[in-house]
Design a binder for this molecule. Structure first.
Ligand code: UDP
Ligand code: MG
Length: 311
């Protein structure tokens, strides 16, 4: 098999309107590199002519490879399949709708040649997307960034370049719940950014309905974080402290001769009961967080390289 230097990986779900333009743009830009490349297109259970278009393109151009999934598994699953099929020294993941301009991939390749293993394309602007989508995405990224460890880079999507070794680490991750944005940060090695203006979709409609967006967002929030699971314990402890402070205040007031009606004592009593039950629940949540980390079963470390290994 001929050695390929670059692999372009794309997931496509009902993208008949945009795929021909996608292949034309990507091939014309990657041809300028004058180095062997492949395009791996994963058809994520499309119900339109996506599969036919892929068949035609594969017949016409041997550098294009297509995989048809048995049903719609979601973009993240389709991308993992594409990464597994890829053979290039550098792998560039992009969307089919040309919102990830192939020209930007050339800048990413320059960074890879400078020795970076993961290059994130960062969106400077997102014209053509609704105010709702832009502002919710912004809030989401900020929050996800705060609670994650390692940090999920802000304003980035799946448009990234991975070196071969970064790709191999990603593929080998055992967890089934895939969220590449977080996992790419987790991989480590040298990472950097290229900034670009994100254009509007070239044709067709977004393939992310509200359900899929919510699933993606929750996966994103928890992929590198167990913070949400620690909240009940924190709330519980805070409630316990507040109620004890209220009790002490009431007692001091009573000593000073200011007697509060009996009903007033019910409030800190209720808060205390709430606090005790939430902190007890929180303890089991802390165990759940640990179980979650164990079940993800990620490697405990990734080796970059070794010195004097062969001596
Ligand atoms: N996609 C996919 N499976 C899905 C949903 C989306 O493979 O279930 C692909 C889609 O074809 C596109 C990419 O994921 O190549 C990003 O989707 P889209 O452009 O609709 O998302 P948006 O840019 O609106 O967030
Ligand atoms: Mg898009």
């Amino acid at each position: 098999m001929e050695k390929v230097k670059y692999s372009v990986v794309v997931a496509a779900y009902n993208e008949e309107e945009v795929l021909p333009a996608f292949f034309d743009r990507v091939t014309s830009i990657f041809d300028t590199l004058k180095e062997p490349y492949e395009i791996i297109a994963v058809n994520d259970g499309s119900r339109d002519r996506t599969e036919d278009i892929l068949r035609e393109r594969c017949l016409a151009d041997k550098r294009i490879k297509a995989v048809n999934l048995s049903r719609n598994f979601g973009q993240q699953a389709a991308l993992l399949c594409g990464l597994k099929e890829s053979r290039g020294d550098a792998v560039i993941v992009m969307d089919a709708d040309l919102q990830d301009p192939p020209e930007v991939a050339l800048m990413m390749i320059e960074k890879w040649k400078d020795g970076y293993d993961v290059v994130h394309a960062r969106r400077k602007s997102r014209p053509g997307e609704s105010f709702f989508k832009r502002s919710t995405a912004k809030m989401f990224y900020r929050f996800a960034h705060r609670i994650s460890n390692p940090k999920v880079p802000e304003n980035t999507g799946d448009f990234k370049l991975y070196s071969r070794r970064a790709t191999d680490v990603l593929i080998a991750l055992p967890e089934t719940n895939r969220y590449l944005k977080a996992q790419s940060a987790w991989v480590g090695f040298k990472q950097t950014f290229v900034d670009f203006d994100r254009p509007a979709r070239e044709a067709g409609e977004t393939k992310y309905n509200l359900n899929k967006l919510v699933k993606l967002a929750t996966d994103g929030l928890i992929s590198n974080s167990t913070y949400p699971l620690t909240l009940s314990f924190k709330f519980g402890i805070i409630a316990c402290f507040l109620s004890i402070a209220a009790f002490l205040t009431f007692i001091i007031l009573a000593i000073c001769g200011i007697a509060l009606p009996l009903a007033a004592w019910l409030i800190p009593t209720a808060v205390l009961l709430f606090g005790v039950s939430w902190s007890l629940k929180g303890i089991s949540d802390v165990y759940t967080a640990h179980i979650y980390e164990e079940v993800k079963n990620r490697p405990v470390y990734v080796i970059k390289d070794k010195f004097n290994d062969q001596l």
